[in-house]
Design a protein around this ligand. Sequence first.
Ligand code: CTP
Ligand code: CA
Length: 224
Amino acid sequence: EMLLCKKKDLKGKKVLITAGPTVEDIDPVRFISNRSSGKMGYAIARAARNRGAEVTLITGPTNLQPPVCVNVVPVKTAEQMYNAVMEHFKDVDIAIKAAAVADYRPETISNVKIKKNDEDLLIKLVKNKDILYDIGKLKTNQLLVGFAAETNDLLSNASIKLQNKNLDMIVANDVTMENAGFNYDTNTVKIIKGDGQVIQLPNMLKQELADIILNYIIELKIKR
Ligand code: CTP
Ligand code: CA
């Protein structure tokens, strides 16, 4: 019912959100992935939808219910996510990249189950393209928001990503904090704006944080 009272301040805006992990197969029974649950990205997708946006959610495999009234694009690998983002990016007003994209993938995927033997197994990993870096270069009028997952030197690491990837804002996530990060319903983050201003937020529900992130994005849009 609260929703009915809320201002539809994203009405008519197209918002692209990525969420969840990517999954890189090694063989038919094994893969490389990460601890991302997708909860933060899905929360942003729901919040943006509730505020009137036309939302596309490009998501790696998660256990979450796909949000209704959102264009959900399921992908598995980093390469598939790259292609899906490239297809949608030019049409959007705001892109928010909450996905935990695999930085590396196995150079080859075995068609058959790799058998154990007496030696060590070496799997060569090759680098995936950085989706956010590439759309940072393509950016025209879009507002571009990234996430940084860090275990140490949160602000300096996140600030470097903000600069290098040509972002308007980054949400810096210390994944070692209690009740924050991977798989929790709550999160503690710092938001760094393009001008270097840092907003330190308390631990809160990801769904509340989603609305706060959108507030700051809308503020950037108005200032433009
Ligand atoms: N990202 C991306 N494509 C990749 C890797 C990361 O789009 N191949 C995006 C993520 O979605 C996130 C941001 O870049 O919004 C930062 O991701 P993160 O893993 O924290 O940083 P990296 O630049 O990959 O650096 P590192 O993992 O070494 O800290
Ligand atoms: Ca990474």
